[in-house]
Design a protein around this ligand. Structure first.
Ligand code: NAP
Length: 278
């Protein structure tokens, strides 16, 4: 017997199935990096994709053009600064208005502004907390209202291993990412309670309304480009699997949690970090 082709069920470079056909997924920061991989993975099973971005028009345009041709599914891009509550609410409204519904929200967009605690300015702190934590709250609040009314949905938050371990120079980022753990667990409890109150929690075969978080380790995207070689070598020495993660390795976990069949997983934090934190 030959070696099993582990990629055979995981080919996301084209449309391979219909498991998410008709589902609308809004992926923030979906036009580049990990977010673009998440979009590809969800579209490979037929999801309609809405991808968010904030200023990189070129990346957004290229994403939209290549995407439509590849997956035979509808795609839209939505510009907004998720550090602003009004933009969070507007983009959710836009997606629902354009595609008629929202089934999957992936809170993926995130920023860094690294400085040690003693050098960190007020604005360094607030800008990262605003996008990475408050943005996720305002997007999820708007999405939850819609999903609870319909009785089904998925919210997947993209946190970081840094939220679990801390990191020198990343107090703002680490706090924003570990803040997502408490937010996720509270949202998961409130979502279940909303469904119970409206009598929509009774079907054991239903899709349900779940909220989970993933914690990627170091993943090769533009976000890591500024890390000096010496620091990168030190990071690699802390990863048991000895390499950076690939965006598609993160995307497949988001896809799994977003699937209809994952209805009994909620309020969880799932690591994808090459064993860096265990
Ligand atoms: N890369 C890693 O090693 C790593 C590890 C753990 C966790 N993560 C997390 O994974 C997520 C994605 O990371 P990545 O490396 O793929 O990032 P990236 O390559 O830097 O892409 C960031 C995306 O977020 C968008 N974005 C940035 N600020 C925004 C804002 N204020 N409002 C709306 N959208 C905004 C960007 O839009 P524009 O294109 O318009 O700029 C872009 O689409 C982040 O939450 C990050 O914290 C990354």
């Amino acid at each position: 017997m030959g070696v099993m082709d582990l990629t055979q069920d995981d080919n996301v470079s084209k449309r391979t199935g219909n498991k998410l056909a008709g589902r609308v997924a809004y992926v923030t920061g979906g036009t580049r990096g990990i977010g673009a991989s998440i979009c590809r993975s969800l579209a490979s099973q037929g999801a309609i994709i809405a991808a968010g971005y904030t200023g990189n028009e070129k990346a957004a345009g290229e994403f939209r053009d290549t995407f439509t041709a590849t997956y035979d599914t509808s795609v839209s891009v939505h510009k907004g600064n998720l550090g602003e509550p009004a933009d969070c609410r507007r983009t959710i409204d836009e997606v629902i208005e354009m595609h008629g519904r929202l089934d999957i929200l992936v809170n993926n967009a995130g920023i860094t502004c690294d400085k040690t605690v003693l050098k960190m300015m007020d604005d360094d702190w607030f800008s990262v907390l605003n996008v990475n934590l408050s943005g996720v709250f305002f997007l999820s609040q708007a999405a939850l209202r819609h999903m609870a009314e319909r009785g089904s949905g998925r919210i997947v938050n993209v946190s970081s291993v840094i939220g679990e371990m801390g990191n020198i120079g990343q107090a703002n980022y680490a706090a924003s990412k570990s803040g997502l753990f408490g937010l996720t667990k509270t949202l998961a409890r409130e979502a279940a309670s909303l469904l119970a109150r409206s009598g929509k929690l009774t079907d054991p075969d239903g899709i349900g309304l779940t909220i989970n978080t993933i914690t990627p380790g170091f993943v090769s995207t533009e976000m890591l480009e500024h890390i000096p070689e010496k620091v990168m070598q030190k990071i690699l020495s802390q990863i048991p699997l000895g390499r950076l993660g690939k965006p598609e390795e993160v995307a497949r976990v988001v896809h799994f949690l977003a699937a209809d069949a994952s209805s009994y997983i909620t309020g969880q934090v799932w690591g994808v970090n090459g064993g860096m934190d265990m």
